[in-house]
Design a protein. Structure first.
Length: 183
């Protein structure tokens, strides 16, 4: 399927990042490998992704984020691929779009057993992406594109975790605001 056909979806796409051969029904699948169901073959660490700005209503990444390195030293200097990945998802989402994540908790046996896991993530990691969480104390270190943890109908943050299992979180794309510069 061509990118043009994928993007012809009325209103925007739902992007399954790292779908492998298990793409969610009704979603557009993007993966590094050419597997059944993959619509876009692309390395997530190469930016920009072959998608236009604000083309997605939702994005999901199930057991992908922990494979993106937090830091890389290159001949040109230090890179932060995990932050770059999050910024790229932010770029392709429509305003207020949702990003659904599932990944092993960084302290869990499931994280530690896999030799390809590169980013040890816990529930507080997401505060580095939210300019209003903890009064922006963690956000101001790197100032990535702004996110917030989405809340459920009761106003509770959608962030569930188990130290011995997984983290499930729904992030919502915040609109950029000049006040974040003071966070």
């Amino acid at each position: 399927m061509t990118i043009e056909k994928v993007l012809a979806t009325a209103g925007g796409i739902q992007l399954d990042i790292g779908c492998g051969a298990n793409k969610q029904p009704g979603w557009v699948g993007m993966d590094l490998q050419d597997l059944p169901g993959v619509d876009i073959i692309h390395d997530f660490n190469v930016h920009p992704w072959p998608l236009p700005d604000e083309c997605a209503l939702k994005a999901m990444a199930s057991h992908v984020l922990e494979h993106i390195p937090k830091v890389m030293l290159t001949e040109r200097g230090t890179r932060f691929p995990l932050i770059e990945f999050m910024d790229e998802v932010w770029r392709i989402l429509k305003p207020d779009g949702l990003f659904l994540l599932a990944l092993p908790h960084g302290a869990s046996p499931g994280f530690m057993q896999d030799p390809t896991h590169a980013a040890q993530i816990n529930e507080t990691t997401f505060a580095y992406f939210d300019p209003l969480m903890y009064d922006g104390q963690l956000y101001r270190f790197y100032r990535p594109k702004p996110w917030k943890i989405h809340t459920d109908k009761r106003g509770e943050p959608f962030l569930h975790y188990d130290f011995t299992g997984n983290i499930e979180v729904v992030l919502q794309k915040r609109r950029e605001d000049s006040s974040y510069a003071n966070a």
